[in-house]
Ligand binder design. Structure first.
Ligand code: AMP
Length: 632
């Protein structure tokens, strides 16, 4: 089947196309209603179908006689452990944890926050919630307490599942104090916290709220999967919007299972028994879709890696894991390869490993910059495939669908739209643009199965954020173009969202943190180019008149601001520079000219917009950049 035929059918006959794909998963009650679209444009897929995502990911394979095959490999160079779980073993643990949660009163529709490092129990936690029809919300372990508190207040979980610590390189990071602080900060108080005690750090548990995971699991009776409606929420995953408050992306059971199952064979070229490795974290969408749900639903073996591209123990880590577990498809972010390239420019460590099992390399999270693409092509013998997607869609929008047809790649392009996605490029007035013209990348509704169905607790925000700008079209927030052969190029965000090492961050959120400092009158945070991380945030800060910068002076203040972001958001924000300036460039209506600032700091040519309030500010900022700050 060629890509073109498959793609065109998906758009001309979406109901027929997705009815066929829905037959490839097992339902407790197969859907007869394939798609209905609400008056506000929201798609509901498979509305009368009943299924259970955890059952699909686990029990189904046991029933098919594959219970003794490997479901999950936990590879943890930071603790020097490798553990292997068959489908039967994983099902057993998931059923027991689900039973334990049920014993705490968690049932269909209740929320459970998961704040865990990359251990098998993180996947078990997610699947256990799914088994009960409870809604999990995984919060990335790198988030500081205030961010966790925000999510607890929004999701209002009955229970939090957590661990005593995470491990970054050789640093043991205690999670429990962060969890305690978050619950202290939050208005909503979860009834229970179940904490996995890891030998590297033992947490203090305070009864009756805190429970020990091992005892909790050991004393529980396994429970069966609960049939849920296809449109019931499976999870909430928070992502940065353009304001300080993160958006809770809601994913359903049915559309999600069908879309992920479709993607595993058609995009990633894997099926039952193949080993699939996505290097990410359960706290991000890649972790949800392609460490936990996608591979397991498709009957693959998934690799859950608790380590880094480098220094755990060296830049040969990728090649070691691929050899050791016979990985067929590997997926990582470009920043991970830039880290490897920096330490081992010739990839000479690769020579020590047999990576012949590897058939495809996929990258996403940020644009695969052409230098990294060429480096990967040079060192590897397999297709290197950039593919583009976002938390909201849950699975790729553009890719080279190797299971359908391996299309020739072009550097800098994630190739073509995936079946199901009707991609258009619009100018700011909503007119469709032709080849090579850069504009807003949008998706004509309805979105395919698997994409978000709402923002948790705020459907209005969902409509305003995604559907209001161009009615009938989903706003991706990215800018880009298609070339004359239809290859798509995604060039970066058009809003105030930046991408740091493949992680999305809202400049507004960072600004709120800086603005909270008593000496700061106003500030702007912009993402500037960074050789390793793609982008990093830099703050431009205007001080209050007569502000007391303290004994440390300007440098001390910068340190305080850096520290502030670290403890409010987390070290992964990579916020390291705050520049003190006299004023910020703004439009006459008061909007900060971020594009101009970004181009200026990146050393690119920029146009001074006619709407600028006072153009002389720009030369002051130039001076600040040259000297490190502007004297008052
Ligand atoms: P997140 O929702 O955190 O996964 O971030 C999604 C955003 O990351 C997208 O909207 C893009 O701006 C960017 N992104 C992800 N993958 C790619 C890619 N392959 N090419 C270009 N941008 C990407």
């Amino acid at each position: 089947m060629s890509y073109r035929i498959e793609y065109e059918r998906s758009l001309s006959d979406p109901r027929g196309f997705w009815r066929d794909q829905a037959r490839d998963i097992e339902w407790f009650e197969a859907p007869t209603e394939i798609l209905d679209v609400a008056p506000d444009g929201t798609a509901r897929w498979f509305a009368d179908g009943k299924l259970n995502t955890a059952w699909l990911a686990l029990d189904r394979h046991i029933r098919a006689g594959r219970g003794d095959e490997l479901a999950l490999i936990y590879d943890s160079p930071v603790t020097d452990r490798i553990e292997r779980y068959t489908f039967a073993e994983l099902t057993d643990r998931v059923a027991k944890v689900a039973g334990g949660l049920a014993g705490l009163g968690v049932g269909h529709g209740d929320r459970v926050v998961v704040y865990m490092p990359m251990v098998p129990e993180a996947a078990i936690a997610m699947l256990a919630c799914a088994r009960l029809g409870a809604v999990h919300s995984v919060v990335f372990g790198g988030f500081a307490a205030p961010e966790l508190a925000l999510r607890i207040d929004d999701a209002k979980p009955k229970v939090v599942l957590s661990a005593s610590c995470g491990i970054e390189f050789t640093n043991v990071i205690a999670y429990k104090p962060l969890l305690d602080e978050a619950i202290e900060l939050a208005r909503h108080k979860p009834e229970y916290c179940v904490v996995l005690q890891r030998p590297e750090a033992v947490a203090e548990l305070v009864p009756p709220r805190d429970l020990d995971w091992h005892a909790f699991e050991a004393n529980a009776e396994g429970v069966d999967a609960v049939p849920v409606a296809a449109t019931d929420p499976l999870y909430i995953l928070y992502t940065s919007g353009t304001t300080g408050k993160p958006k809770g992306v809601v994913r359903d059971h049915g559309g999600h299972a069908v879309a992920l199952n479709y993607s595993m064979s058609n995009i990633y070229g894997v099926g039952p028994g193949d080993v699939f490795w996505a290097l990410s974290d359960v706290g991000w969408v890649v972790g949800h879709s392609y460490i936990v749900y996608g591979p397991l639903i498709a009957g693959c073996t998934t690799v859950l890696y608790e380590g880094k591209p480098v220094r755990t123990p060296d830049a040969g880590a990728f090649w070691r894991v691929i050899q050791e577990h016979r990985v067929k498809t590997f997926f990582a972010a470009p920043t991970a390869f830039r880290a490897v390239k920096k330490e081992d420019p010739e990839a000479s460590l690769k020579a020590g490993y047999d990576i012949s099992s590897l058939e495809y390399l996929f990258v996403a999270g940020e644009r695969l910059d052409p230098p990294t693409y060429h480096w990967l092509k040079q060192i590897l013998d397999v297709p290197v495939i950039d593919h583009w997607w976002q938390t909201e869609t849950g699975w790729p929008i553009c890719a080279n669908p190797v299971g359908i047809e391996l299309i020739e790649t072009r550097p800098g392009s994630p190739t073509h739209p995936v079946p199901g996605y009707d991609l258009r490029i619009l100018d700011d007035d909503g007119a469709e643009l032709g080849p090579d013209q850069e504009g807003n990348v949008v998706l004509k509704g309805p979105l395919p199965p698997g994409a978000l169905t709402t923002v948790w607790g705020d459907h209005q925000r969902y409509l305003e954020s995604y559907w209001e700008r161009f009615p009938g079209f989903y706003l991706t927030g990215d800018g880009g173009y298609r070339d004359t052969d239809g290859y798509v190029y995604i060039m970066g965000r058009i809003d105030d969202v930046i991408n740091v090492a493949g992680h999305r961050m809202s400049t507004g959120e960072l600004e709120e943190v800086l603005a909270g400092h008593p000496a700061v009158a106003e500030c702007a945070v912009i993402g500037v180019r960074d050789a390793d991380r793609g982008q990093v945030p830099i703050g431009l800060v205007v001080l209050k008149d007569g502000a007391n910068v303290g004994l440390g002076g300007i440098d001390g203040l910068e340190n305080e601001l850096v520290q502030r972001v670290r403890s409010a958001i987390g070290a992964f924000a990579n916020f390291k520079r705050a520049l003190i300036v006299d004023r910020l460039p703004k439009t006459r209506s008061g909007k900060i000219l971020r594009q101009v600032l970004r181009r200026m700091i990146d050393g690119e040519a920029y146009e001074v917009p006619s709407t600028i309030d006072d153009p002389t500010i720009l030369s002051e900022i130039e001076e600040a950049l040259n000297t490190g700050s502007v004297s008052r």
